[in-house]
Design a protein around this ligand. Structure first.
Ligand code: FES
Length: 104
C-alpha cells in the first residue's frame, strides 16, 4: 500500500540561485524540524522553479503556497506554523496558486 501524506514540501536547489542560498541544507533542516510530523510530509527537491531572484524558494502543497525562505529562521516559521500548524506564513509568501476551477 502506498503511503499517504498530508502535505508536500518542495525545495529548490537549483544552480541559478537557490543552491547558493542553501536550498539543499534547508530541506535537511526541515526534515529535522518536522520530527515526528515528518511522516505526514513528503519532502522533495527540484532544480529550478523559475523564481531564481527570490531564492531559496519552497513550495507547500496541496495548499499551493510558494515561499521565499532566506534563512533558518524563515524555515522554522514555515515548518512550525504551516507544515505542522496548518497556517500560512504570510510574511514569507511569494504568491499563492489559485484553487483549481471546478470541472464542468
Ligand atoms: S534556482 Fe531556484 S528558482 Fe531557479
Amino acid at each position: 500500500m502506498s503511503k499517504e501524506y498530508q502535505r508536500h514540501l518542495i525545495a529548490c536547489d537549483g544552480d541559478d540561485c537557490c543552491k547558493d542560498g542553501g536550498g539543499s541544507e534547508l530541506l535537511k533542516s526541515a526534515k529535522k524540524m518536522l520530527g515526528k510530523a515528518s511522516k505526514d510530509v513528503k519532502c522533495s527537491k527540484v532544480s529550478c522553479l523559475g523564481q531564481c531572484k527570490e531564492g531559496p524558494v519552497l513550495l507547500v502543497y496541496p495548499d499551493g503556497v510558494w515561499y521565499r525562505c532566506e534563512d533558518e529562521k524563515a524555515l522554522k516559521r514555515i515548518v512550525e506554523k504551516h507544515l505542522i500548524g496548518g497556517k500560512v506564513v504570510k510574511k514569507q509568501v511569494l504568491f499563492r496558486m489559485p484553487a483549481p476551477a471546478p470541472k464542468s
